[in-house]
Write a protein that binds this ligand. Sequence first.
Ligand SMILES: NC(=O)c1ccc[n+]([C@@H]2O[C@H](COP(=O)([O-])OP(=O)(O)OC[C@H]3O[C@@H](n4cnc5c(N)ncnc54)[C@H](OP(=O)(O)O)[C@@H]3O)[C@@H](O)[C@H]2O)c1
Length: 359
Amino acid sequence: MSTQPKRVLVLGGTAYLSRTIARTAVERGHRVTVAARGTSGEPPEGVEFVKIDRSSPEGVEALRGREFDAVFDVARIPAHVGPVLDVLAEGAGYWSFISSISVYAKNDVVSDEVHEPTAPDSTDPSGKVYGVSKVACENLVRERLGDRALVTRPGLIVGPGDTSDRLGYWPLRFSEGGEILAPGAKDRPVQWIDVQDYANWLLDAADAKLTGTFDAIGDHVGMGAFLDGIAEALLEEGVIDELPRLTWVSQELLLEQKVAPWTGHESLGFWVVSPDYDGHGCRPAGPAVAAGLRLSSLQETVKRWWRANAASPMLRAGLSRVREGEVLAAWHGTEPDPELARYDRERAFRVPPATASPA
Ligand SMILES: NC(=O)c1ccc[n+]([C@@H]2O[C@H](COP(=O)([O-])OP(=O)(O)OC[C@H]3O[C@@H](n4cnc5c(N)ncnc54)[C@H](OP(=O)(O)O)[C@@H]3O)[C@@H](O)[C@H]2O)c1
């Protein structure tokens, strides 16, 4: 595999995955340009920053005529994709588009059928059209780049820099101890991709000029094994000194108690509803692994998250202690502990009132 320095462009690069790609590319010795508005965060050290605003075609003119060996893009809005292709496609050796498993039309079974795309000039940023918008973005990239394009479809991305905190709730909650609500069923499959594993693979794939379309996801495990793996990592890290005391609560009661699945305010990260989402945690990891994706163990991923994020003062997913206590009390047929509000006040992290629903 070639390790020649490349001219790399990351469209994005000020947040999470795209920032991890840019940072890793710098560490590998590439000449890295990052193009964004600069509102989501700081680009990593050692990159050239080009200010663009993709909300109008004129906003990307600063990139016209530039040539890059590899371009990485994380766009979600189709109207953001056409203009960058207009100014860059000709001078781009390779184009890596980051899509999502939300392109798939079905969640109840594992199927490769994708949604009908929305219009290629759609400007709708809402979460409701996320999947159909990503399909339209993918198509635009394939139409213009053809056999120079790689499209990868990640599932839940976890690791340092994640602001959705779907993973992060669990280690933080385990670190508090006490009786901990776990969402049944134990064998419900869950899967994820570590943000650093993903960035490494995308850069390796650019070196190897890998093209085509792949899911970007790790092997699935049951929710029980997932929570056990998190506990093991925290034991090894010295964060906890005994196994967490989990109480497995049925889906029926969680829904009755209006616990939100998956993400956002008063939710349980990684928990999805059966049977509607029975296919959701089971995308095949094999093709990506055969194409070079190397997967960290869950323990490694959790330790990296813990070292980078444990001091975070805010969690965007997870249950407050009051809500958790109410649900546990309903499960046991008892009254909630009146002291729980105090735990929330004294918590090192907070569950914010606003919802945030990243993909
Ligand atoms: N998180 C998950 O679990 C998950 C799951 C499946 C798929 N995905 C996909 O994975 C990717 C994650 O990307 P990410 O981590 O880089 O996070 P992101 O929040 O999607 O970042 C978007 C990037 O684009 C830039 N941007 C947004 N609007 C812009 C505009 N109008 N003009 C110029 N730049 C703009 C932002 O920078 P500025 O705001 O500074 O301009 C930021 O750097 C996305 O493609 C997402 O759809 C994520």
